[in-house]
Design a protein around this ligand. Structure first.
Ligand code: BTN
Length: 243
């Protein structure tokens, strides 16, 4: 396995992108103790203090169509949720598409970035940030009440190495399942962790906002929302569980 370890980078996703462009092989992992400019979704930042979390990116080159890329995000969310449960016993939930929550607070974020040419995926970078040993006081005030960490949940320091090993084993396992059996076993697992399905939600899209009931997720990983007069298919955006 190809694991690249850094003390500090701007963003593990950015460095991974450069490596992928230089033909880094599938399965390459890039991990850093800290990120000077960690990236979140929707142009937000990601708080990544040194040695307090697991900040890493995985390069994949799946044989998917570009519109299937969200499968990678769902796969990562399932793998991380299972690893957290097995190592710490903490029962997390997944909010579509990629937030891992505990009691409504964010524990893990996933940022998937893709490069495609001629309708084929060239590479996918799955960036994962797991808040492990961050205390409540260390968190910037703006996000203090919407974020959490395994230390805050369990009251104990958690071994980042042990958790990372479990996450990598789960990721590999899930990726093999997708290749051999297709995506539906992962989707079934995702649904068991979901805190979104069955809820009345607000969808905050790029151009519009609407309300409805999250009824299902399709084979591409899109969320299906029943607005009362039709089923909307949501591919990207944010959902709020409070309608
Ligand atoms: C989100 O907004 O929820 C996604 C956050 C993703 C954070 C991770 S940390 C490792 C990787 N590198 C980055 O710059 N971002 C992702």
């Amino acid at each position: 396995h190809n694991i690249k370890y850094y003390k500090s980078v701007d963003s593990t996703n950015n460095v991974s992108k450069l490596l992928a462009q230089q033909n880094a092989e599938e399965g390459t992992i890039l991990i850093s103790e800290e990120q000077g400019n960690g990236k979140g979704r929707l142009s937000r930042g990601w708080f990544s203090p040194s040695r307090k979390g697991i900040w890493f990116s995985l390069i994949l080159r799946p044989n998917f169509l570009p519109q299937e890329a969200p499968k990678c995000t769902l796969m990562a969310a399932v793998a991380i949720s299972k690893a957290i449960r097995s190592v710490t016993g903490v029962e997390v939930g997944i909010k579509w598409p990629n937030d891992i929550l505990y009691e409504g607070k964010k524990l893990v974020g996933i940022l998937t970035e893709m490069n495609a040419e001629m309708e084929r995926i060239n590479y996918i970078i799955i960036g994962m940030g797991i808040n492990v040993n961050i205390t409540h006081a260390e968190v910037p005030e703006e996000i203090r009440d919407s974020a959490t960490s395994l230390l805050q949940i369990t009251g104990k320091k958690i071994s980042r190495v042990e958790l990372l090993c479990a996450i990598l084993a789960e990721l590999e396992n899930e990726y093999v399942i997708i290749r051999e059996k297709g995506f539906s076993p992962i989707l079934d697992e995702w649904k068991k962790f979901s805190v979104t399905l069955g809820q009345e939600i607000k969808v905050i899209g790029i151009n519009e906002t609407f309300h409805g009931k999250a009824v299902n997720i399709d084979d591409y990983g899109a969320l299906l929302v029943d607005t009362g007069n039709k089923i909307e298919r949501v591919l990207a955006g944010d959902v709020s569980i409070r309608p």
